[in-house]
Ligand binder design. Sequence first.
Ligand SMILES: *Cc1c(COP(=O)(O)O)cnc(C)c1O
Length: 362
Amino acid sequence: MAPFGNFFLPGPTEVTEDVLAAQTHPMIGHRGKGMEELLAKIQPSLQRVFRTTRPVYISSSSATGLMEGSLRNGARRRVLSLVNGAFSDRFHKIALACGLEADALEAEWGGIHTPERVAEALKGGQYDAVTVAHSETSTGALNPIAELARVTHAAGDVVLLVDSVTGVAGVPVESDAWALDFVLTGSQKALALPPGLAFGVAQPNILERARAQKGRGIYFDFLEFEKFTLQNQTPNTPAVSLLFALAKQLERIDAETLPVRWARHEAMARRTWAWADEMTARGVPVRVLAPEGYRSWTVTCLTVPPGKKGSEVNAAMKAKGIVISAGYGKLKDSTIRIGHMGEHTVAELDRVLAALEEVLTS
Ligand SMILES: *Cc1c(COP(=O)(O)O)cnc(C)c1O
């Protein structure tokens, strides 16, 4: 196995050996005492991660499942989707695919949504739900979700559905204090677990809406999640092996503490931005796509110098044994992305940046 510290995709992220190994635990029945004890142990740690006193739902699905679930349970009819990249665009497309009337409010890719502009769009009261990507993984931009929640609620009976897939556990997310009506993440990003689990927190107003929703389905029925989670159970057979990995990883996160984990992510992000500035000053223009003050701590999207292609830079890095990512969607060739999240450290990141410097200057 390659040594830890060479895999910097913006998801899935690198998983430590002990967490991978935890998945080899023998099977247990999902309606037995063993599972209840496991879930009872997991729950308080997850609540610390989400900064909530609400139960944290564990879904055996990828994050997209809970994006869809949030709309089926929490959106009544008309949705405003804040789009500023590929993942927020996906949220909009999911709303349409669920049969909702959804309008996209577009911001530049790399840019963010300001509370002023969202407040303006909500005037007139035609929307009952807003979707947003907190950390837009395709561009590295970080939306100001605390302020967006404030203006959403100021518009009346409107809920904010937050995709914080590359936010939670890597950048501050205060589910309760910021009154995020629904916030979700996936296992394979800043939580540094294998893919396959998603986590979400619904405030009571979402459950109230869910009760009146006809087409909310079964698999992502939040009323089912609520009921079973409170009993330390899951509505159906969970991905048992992943739950063992989760329990192990939450021990690591509890030991590190969330504020220290956030600070480690901030340090990696700042190191990357400073490196880009140094490179640019030395005549190798590498620009952080997202504006200062609105940059995610978990992923940086960098424009590559003229004459270089994102996919080629990516391949050259791979030849050095380091995995980063080309740009996403329409940014595929003009940018590269470094996922500095999960269990990585500044020391490992420095090796990535040194290799990237060689690739960009050769
Ligand atoms: C990775 C990602 C998703 C999709 O998650 P899946 O687990 O592939 O469903 C959604 N939103 C954001 C912001 C992401 O980074």
